[in-house]
Design a protein around this ligand. Sequence first.
Ligand code: ATP
Ligand code: MG
Length: 441
Amino acid sequence: MVADILIGEGLDVDIATNGAEGLAAFKNRNFSLVLTDFRLPEMGGIELLAAIRKETKQLPVVIMTAHSTTRLAIEATRKGAFDYLIKPFKTKDLIDVVNRALEASRFTARKVELGVDAERVDRDAIIGNARAMQLVYREIGKIADKNVTVLIQGETGTGKELVARAVYQHSRRSNEPFIAVNCSAIPENLLESELFGHEKGSFTGAATARIGRFEQANEGTLFLDEIGDMTLETQVKMLRVLQEKKIRRVGGDQEIPVDVRVLAATHQNLEEAVAEGKFREDLYFRINAALIDLPPLRKREGDINMLIQHFTSLCCRETGIEPPRFEQGVLEVLENYNWPGNVRELENFIRKMIIKSNGFPITLEDVRKVLARTSLASKPELDGKDFKYGSHIDAILLAAKSGEISKPYAYLIEELEREIIARSLIHCEGNQSKPRSFIRI
Ligand SMILES: Nc1ncnc2c1ncn2[C@@H]1O[C@H](COP(=O)(O)OP(=O)(O)OP(=O)(O)O)[C@@H](O)[C@H]1O
Ligand SMILES: [Mg+2]
């Protein structure tokens, strides 16, 4: 059943019926994730975990456990399990943990190359030769193998996550665990427990103890994304951990030593946040021992063109669409656009255009139309945190309210439908009959 669900998510799944079989498969193939039951014939989940950990500290292992063995599964997270799922679990919980684990896997498994040129189509490269980017590469080189805390600052979509991976991969801890926590994705009241763990019964809902991410990342690296969103109280605790190198679980009285290198990222201007009293000055000074400031795309001269080539060949390779010709004037328009969503916006834009063009030339008119629409969509930033498409829907609704769009409902549904179809085609390498078997309209 678990395999069926994951295959339905577009994943490639191998099944083993006991630990030994699983271990043999692990030795034969490069997996991104292991999901294992706790009790298994011949070799149990914990033994399997230990055997895998002997080979690699990075492949995420998620343990599925019955309620009665939860305590042991929690203990396993100390021994390097990525997380555990208590049976029976909901499909959503399964997919959540699998997605998190795959993201972690992607982080560690795929090397990020710096400043390569666009001809070398590699999914995980930081493309760009602008002077401002060369300074970034130099900075990465300077600080990667030092044991200092690094603060990565830059507007949304400028590549902060890629830089964090590059720093980790070039560090002395590159064979040790890498754990990422997105501070803005976790409800405020749960972030502390996520980071530091908690003891059983320490708050309502804490039915079992839990190991925090700091303990899990011991000897390795912890990536704190959107650290600017941390509450002031959590910031106090963060500062203490960084200074004393010890954590205390929520509701616990024991001090547990941890050796963790912290990489932090934020799209906010922390200096301003400090001035406004939203971010603690002492923590700010503590984390920006090394600072990497990613320039916005509009300030990277020459890079837009290079990135367009890069994303065009990437997308064409994935979809099997013939690389389209760009009509005269198109590149100029794109180079002069200000890209508020930076590289991510550019990437999404190119993908959209390529799929739309389906190999035919990309016209100036098309480009203008799509650009007008994306800048419209990225205008008002209402609170879209709880629902992935929230802020986009708000933007369209507001546009409808002010009369810029006449049928927001049909518009959104159509847009989503187009996206689902386009993406499933990408998953099937452009084979148009394949998506039918799993989209199930
Ligand atoms: N210089 C670059 N070369 C190639 N791809 C890039 C570059 N910068 C960013 N990207 C791609 O753009 C997307 C966004 O990058 P990333 O997630 O690192 O941005 P971010 O700064 O963390 O954004 P956010 O603030 O929204 O979290 C990713 O798909 C990434 O691979
Ligand atoms: Mg990011």
